[in-house]
Design a protein around this ligand. Structure first.
Ligand code: NAD
Length: 248
């Protein structure tokens, strides 16, 4: 991927939080950015504006990543405009926490469908294009708990551990076509996803982080941008933990 080629970057869940941070970080690399989101188009417009202010161009489209049909249409729209896809970042994710004895079937299905099947849908939709290009970067956002486990999040932990397995499978399958696939596993980051935690739970969490602070969207985005860069060409099938030392 030569630097002078304007790369097309697809980011799922880019309307806020970590996904917005990833869009912003790629804006500074002069790429053409497309992101999707589930709801709240005002937030998506804010991401577009933030990227424009950083000198980039981003287009947000409402897509449910759990729907193969919607994802296929999203990728078709992108290809109509740019004819290429250089980087796919699977960041969209949700939580539906609860103890296993009380976890509803719908909470299991929603989390697995969006987090894991959504990642599969997006990878599948871009693979043919990346294979033809004989180049591509797939970066999947898992979580520290996908490696460490966490009580009250069996569905989420399963989806995030599944993303790691999916990434390794794809990394081996697509390496001969010049495509890499890696995982970024964030620790605790202050976003809408974690906002419902009580102050006490947050304090407790921070006390377990050797670097003594919560992560930022920028911390996570920096690892994603690195994995998409020429410098990361020989890295595939890996899990990069960005967690302040919370889990080693
Ligand atoms: P967030 O809730 O702030 O943002 C989630 C984004 O995903 C939004 O843009 C939302 O529109 C989008 N989204 C949700 N469902 C979707 C769907 N069905 N189709 C398309 N888009 C959808 O969350 P966040 O904290 O920014 O998390 C981003 C990713 O990082 C998630 O995969 C999450 O699991 C992971 N993560 C977050 C933390 C944390 O502490 N915040 C820690 C580890 C991992």
């Amino acid at each position: 991927m030569a630097d002078e080629v304007k790369r097309t970057i697809l980011i799922t869940g880019g309307s806020r939080g970590i996904g917005r941070g990833i869009c912003h970080a790629f804006a500074q690399t002069g790429s053409r950015i497309f992101f999707n989101y589930s709801s709240a188009s005002e937030a998506a417009t804010e991401t577009e504006t933030l990227v424009a202010e950083a000198g980039g161009q981003a287009t947000g489209i409402q897509v449910n990543v759990a729907s193969e049909k919607e994802v296929t249409e999203f990728v078709r729209q992108v290809l109509d405009e740019t004819g290429r896809i250089d980087v796919l970042v699977n960041n969209a994710g949700i939580t539906r926490d609860g103890l296993i004895v009380r976890m509803k079937e719908a909470d299991w299905d929603d989390v697995l469908n969006i987090n894991l099947k959504g990642t599969f849908n997006c990878i599948k939709a871009v693979t043919k294009t990346m294979m033809k290009q004989r180049a591509g970067r797939i970066i999947n956002v898992s979580s520290v708990v996908g490696v460490s486990g966490n009580p009250g999040q069996a569905n989420y932990v399963a989806s995030k551990a599944g993303i790691i397995g999916l990434t390794k499978g794809v990394a081996k399958e697509l390496a001969s076509r010049g495509i890499t696939a890696n995982v970024v596993a964030p620790g605790y980051v202050d976003t809408d996803m974690t906002t419902s935690l009580s102050d006490k739970a947050k304090e407790m969490m921070i006390s377990q982080i050797p670097l003594g602070r919560v992560g930022t969207a920028e911390d996570i985005a920096a690892a994603v941008v690195f994995l998409a860069s020429d410098q990361a060409a020989y890295i595939t099938g890996q899990v990069i933990q960005v967690n302040g030392g919370m889990y080693m």
